[in-house]
Design a binder for this molecule. Structure first.
Ligand SMILES: Nc1ncnc2c1ncn2[C@@H]1O[C@H](COP(=O)(O)OP(=O)(O)OP(=O)(O)O)[C@@H](O)[C@H]1O
Ligand SMILES: [Mg+2]
Length: 251
């Protein structure tokens, strides 16, 4: 319990710091884009200037993407949330996210329960969540294999001894949608579980991952008053479970 609490405090202060820096950097990117655009237009026949401008634009675009990720990790507001249908939003977001994977990855979705529940969330972040988890799963299987996705509704009873620690520690009693993403990839040892949600923790090559994906997942669920749990067996695979609070009607 203490470790999770410390982890949350650490994430909060890191979020504030990273968010502040990201805002400052973001403000500097716009003038760079405008300046390069002007230079490009003025020196249409100069190959060296055109090639250098392209390089500046591609690096600045990459920097803008990373800043966007840092802001998503640092964002702590619920202004952009609305009451939406859980099943529809999830299915829609999943069909979008899975299209981003290579064809060598098969995503199998178990039939969702028919019941109509609503959640206080937003579709953009749902796409972001699923895209991060599916991409990680595909990476862990070296871009080939099967990912099993499920969505179910469960009732969480606080301090239920049969539930994983995260549920007792983070979630209140109530009804939740539980979305699980299971892969048959490299898995990881217990010690690594402590670190994977840390911002900038990555085992990927330099330039291949910033290590922000799972901290964004964690933050989105925190904004939705939900939680995330992970279980993994080294060499066998990993299951991420997302818990999203839901209720029956729109009001
Ligand atoms: N499904 C998984 N199987 C095995 N390892 C995983 C899985 N998901 C995450 N990890 C491990 O956790 C680390 C952190 O994941 P995270 O998504 O935060 O960052 P990343 O994927 O490395 O980079 P980014 O998401 O920013 O491109 C990964 O580098 C990987 O080592
Ligand atoms: Mg990732």
């Amino acid at each position: 319990m203490k470790t999770l609490e410390r982890q949350r405090e650490k994430m909060e202060s890191l979020g504030q710091l990273a968010g502040g820096v990201a805002h400052e950097l973001n403000n500097m990117l716009q003038p760079i884009f405008f300046a390069v655009d002007a230079i490009q237009k003025r020196a249409k026949d100069d190959d060296v200037i055109q090639a250098s401008s392209k390089k500046i634009i591609s690096c600045t675009t990459k920097a803008a993407d990373i800043i966007e990720d840092i802001l998503a990790f640092a964002r702590e507001d619920s202004d952009h949330l609305c009451f939406i249908n859980m099943k529809e939003t999830f299915e829609h977001a999943l069909s979008f996210s899975k299209d981003l994977l290579p064809k060598t990855i098969q995503v199998s979705l178990s039939p969702c329960p028919k019941s109509d529940y609503w959640a206080w969330m937003n579709e953009t972040d749902m796409v972001r969540l699923l895209t991060n988890l599916l991409t990680n799963a595909a990476d862990s299987m070296e871009q080939k294999g099967k990912i099993d996705v499920k969505m179910d509704y469960i009732f969480v009873l606080k301090d239920d001894p049969n539930r994983p620690e995260i549920i007792n520690d983070v979630l209140k009693s109530g009804r939740y949608a539980c979305v699980s993403v299971a892969d048959e990839g490299r898995g990881f040892p217990r010690e690594e579980i402590e670190r994977i949600f840390d911002p900038f923790y990555t085992t990927k090559e330099i330039g291949e991952g910033t290590g922000l994906g799972l901290s964004i997942v964690h933050n989105i669920l925190k904004n939705w008053k939900g939680g995330v749990n992970v279980s993994s067996v080294e060499g066998k695979g990993t299951v991420f479970s997302l818990y999203i609070p839901v209720c029956r009607t729109e009001t």
